[in-house]
Design a protein around this ligand. Structure first.
Ligand code: NDP
Length: 330
């Protein structure tokens, strides 16, 4: 039976999510890849334990994570039963609904019917009475925002979620959702957004400034651009990499131009005595509104490396300028 390291709170800092009372670890671990029924259960469990031993108290899931969809939640539930559950009050578990999960008109998007049923299913799969954070996973152009936000607020009232958030909402839609949740006295805790050195669009549109002002935390997913922001692709595509194993990261994305950019960024990272992956994490955490960088991993060593990023989160003006020059290149 797993027993957590008694040094688990000595490595990472914790940041308040917006104006809430909840503090998130600077690094959170997501179970989108490598925790499904097709993956190695023992390895996945090792990663979870490694993360918790390093002070990563937040694990992010969604109804559809797998594959098979749902199996990441079932495996996580099994891992809780095998030892982690005794630390339930030290752990933040999140889940989401909105992407396709089951056939028919209620298995995706943003209706009250979808959110309520999906949350219930997720709780069953994980063997939990409540999740800490429940998100609407993507904006729904057809359902009134009032209906979706009311469903989130009611999940909190019913005790099935402690906090709620939104994900992938563009700025204007996020503004409306956050205002509605405030009216419902269930403030939006977090906005989960895709942001990295290779994908800075939310910064360009002013999302971080807005979230800071609104008192909502940003939790940044894919801060390593699915692993591109590391040295692993500089000399070819390794057999055990996501680009080789998974259709979510297309090999065709790895062009000579991209590799030049990655190599130039790596030079700056080296001058900061960091790996590129560590610098990529520091870069997304430099915003005050960033509550946590939400990473994925395929091996425990990757998590250990990333946690070390928190040792150097500061950037000089020259570094920021040089980085900006590199990432603005087409
Ligand atoms: P990352 O950008 O952190 O990519 C993770 C991948 O990068 C790993 O699986 C691994 O890939 C590689 N990697 C990790 N650490 C290192 C390292 N130190 N050195 C080299 N390579 C490394 O995040 P993800 O894209 O996995 O997303 C993270 C989480 O964000 C998800 O699990 C999910 O919880 C959430 N998410 C939310 C979405 C939403 O719509 N709300 C959408 C997508 C993700 P490899 O297999 O090549 O080793």
């Amino acid at each position: 039976m797993y027993t957590a390291s008694d040094k688990r709170y000595e490595q990472l800092d914790y940041r308040r999510a917006g104006h809430s009372g909840l503090r998130l670890p600077l690094i959170s671990l997501g179970l989108w890849h490598n925790f499904g029924s097709i993956d190695d259960f023992e390895l996945a469990e090792k990663m979870l334990h490694c993360a918790f031993d390093l002070g990563i108290t937040h694990f992010d899931l969604a109804n559809n994570y797998g594959p098979e969809p749902g199996s990441a939640e079932s495996n996580f539930g099994a891992m809780l039963k095998r030892g982690l559950a005794k630390y339930r009050d030290e752990i933040l578990v999140s889940s989401k609904a909105g992407f396709y999960m089951w056939p028919g008109p209620y298995g995706e998007w943003g209706s009250r019917k979808n959110l309520m049923a999906s949350c219930e299913q997720s709780l069953k799969r994980m063997g939990l009475d409540y999740v800490d954070i429940f998100y609407h996973h993507r904006p729904d152009p057809d359902t009134p925002l009032e209906e979706t936000m009311q469903a989130l607020a009611d999940l909190v009232r019913s005790g099935k979620a402690l906090y709620v958030g939104i994900s992938n909402y563009p700025l204007e839609r996020a503004r409306q959702a956050i205002a509605l949740l405030r009216e419902l006295k269930t403030p939006c805790l977090l906005h989960q957004i895709n942001y990295s050195l290779l994908n800075p669009k939310y910064e360009d549109e002013g999302m971080f400034d807005y979230l800071q002002e609104a008192g909502v935390g940003a939790i940044v997913f894919s801060p390593l651009a699915q692993g591109l922001l590391s040295d692993k692709y500089l000399h070819g595509i390794p057999a055990d990499s996501r680009a080789r194993r998974n259709h979510f990261l297309k090999e065709s994305r790895i062009t000579p131009e991209l590799l030049n950019k990655i190599a130039a960024l790596q030079k700056i990272a080296q001058s900061r005595s960091q790996s590129l992956a560590q610098m990529a994490i520091a870069w997304v955490l430099r915003h005050q509104a960033s509550s946590s960088a939400l990473i994925g991993a395929s091996k425990p060593e990757q998590i250990r490396e990333i946690v070390q990023a928190s040792k150097n989160l500061e950037f000089t003006t020259t570094e920021l300028h040089d980085i900006q020059r590199i990432i603005s290149q087409p």
